[in-house]
Design a protein around this ligand. Structure first.
Ligand SMILES: NC(=O)c1ccc[n+]([C@@H]2O[C@H](COP(=O)([O-])OP(=O)(O)OC[C@H]3O[C@@H](n4cnc5c(N)ncnc54)[C@H](OP(=O)(O)O)[C@@H]3O)[C@@H](O)[C@H]2O)c1
Length: 309
């Protein structure tokens, strides 16, 4: 077995806890260091999850002598700044979704990774789940016949806390950047970059989009109907429609354990069942660690990157 990739975390908040939990079931990665704005938080997080090093201040962790990679788990608006800081130090980066908050930032991050020849990947964990691989295989094998559209949503009733991430424009709030990127990802992942995009949003009193509807239209006639909201719970399902049938990714489709293939000429739907070893982040951690171990430098899997490369 090869030596596991030693990971450091920047921003040990809510989602970093999930990363630190799921890394334990990976075969090629370990949590090695944690950096927080607060010394006490860095130390307590490191102790809880078994990291050997705790740093007060994000920049301080760049001096860690045997760190292989950094996971950035700060709010969206800091992703570009923190990614650029790590890439400048020559350290590979796995950056939480959304990769950044605008195209200028995305372009700067890609340019830096390329100039420094350092690995950079968006932590869009859904891309690495077994369901996504199974869906792509069914489409490639032609099971659905001619595939012509996608319908996907992601909505939840977020607690109205105007100072916190979701409703706070200064922290990059809003439905699109927080959760709308998942339906957008699905369309880009399965159909690629559209020819036309039409979108309409409800902007709330804090200035962020609370609800958004998007239609992607493709050169070959395909369409993707995408919806996201932080005002209410939606079924959060995805459907892929073809001339011979439908794939149904069940509720909370972005992390599903079951999906159905409903073929019009089959007597009953075919069920696919997937069990994760942990919460599901283990797949992206293993993928990023494998790429880093293999010396792969390509920037990977971001819907934004797909759209801009
Ligand atoms: N992949 C997923 O399923 C998923 C799910 C939820 C969120 N996310 C993404 O992960 C990122 C973090 O989300 P989260 O829910 O974990 O956020 P959070 O708990 O609110 O913040 C994460 C950490 O960022 C640090 N931070 C630095 N500057 C900050 C500031 N000005 N205000 C608040 N925190 C600051 C804090 O750590 P220290 O103070 O200790 O340095 C904080 O604990 C977001 O971009 C989000 O989109 C991904």
């Amino acid at each position: 077995m090869t030596t596991p990739i030693k990971w450091g975390i920047i921003g040990p908040g809510k989602i970093a806890r999930k990363f630190a939990t799921d890394i334990k079931v990976t075969t090629n990665a370990v949590l090695h260091a944690v950096a927080s704005r607060s010394e006490a938080q860095a130390e307590s997080f490191a102790k809880e999850f078994g990291a050997s090093h705790a740093y007060a201040g994000y920049e301080a962790m760049l001096q860690c002598p045997d760190l292989d990679a950094i996971y950035i788990a700060t709010p969206h608006v800091f992703h570009a700044e923190h990614t650029l800081m790590c890439l400048d130090a020559g350290i590979p980066v796995l950056c939480e979704k959304p990769f950044a908050i605008n195209t200028q930032q995305v372009k700067a991050m890609i340019a830096k990774a390329q100039a420094k020849d350092v690995f950079l990947m968006e932590a869009l964990w859904t891309a690495f789940l077994p369901t996504m691989k199974a869906t792509k295989t069914l489409l490639a094998d032609g099971d659905l016949g001619e595939v012509f559209s996608i319908r996907a949503d992601f909505g939840f009733k977020a607690p109205y806390l105007p100072d916190k991430r979701i409703f706070n424009s200064a922290l990059g709030g809003g439905a699109l950047l927080d959760i709308g990127i998942y339906p957008v990802f699905l369309a880009l992942f399965l159909f690629g970059v559209p020819k036309h995009i039409k979108a309409s949003a409800k902007i709330g009193i804090t200035g962020v989009d609370e609800e958004i509807g998007i239609v992607f239209s493709y050169q070959d006639g395909k369409m993707a109907h995408l919806h996201s909201t932080v005002l209410t719970n939606t079924s959060t399902e995805a459907f892929i429609y073809g001339t011979k049938g439908t794939i149904h990714l069940h509720g909370r489709w972005f992390t599903p354990t079951t999906m159905h293939l409903n073929l019009f000429d089959a007597p009953s739907p075919k069920e696919f069942q997937f069990d994760y070893k942990s919460g599901g982040f283990e797949y992206e951690i293993e993928e990023a660690s494998q790429c880093i171990a293999n010396g792969k430098k390509k920037v990977r899997y971001s819907p934004l990157i797909l759209a801009f490369n």
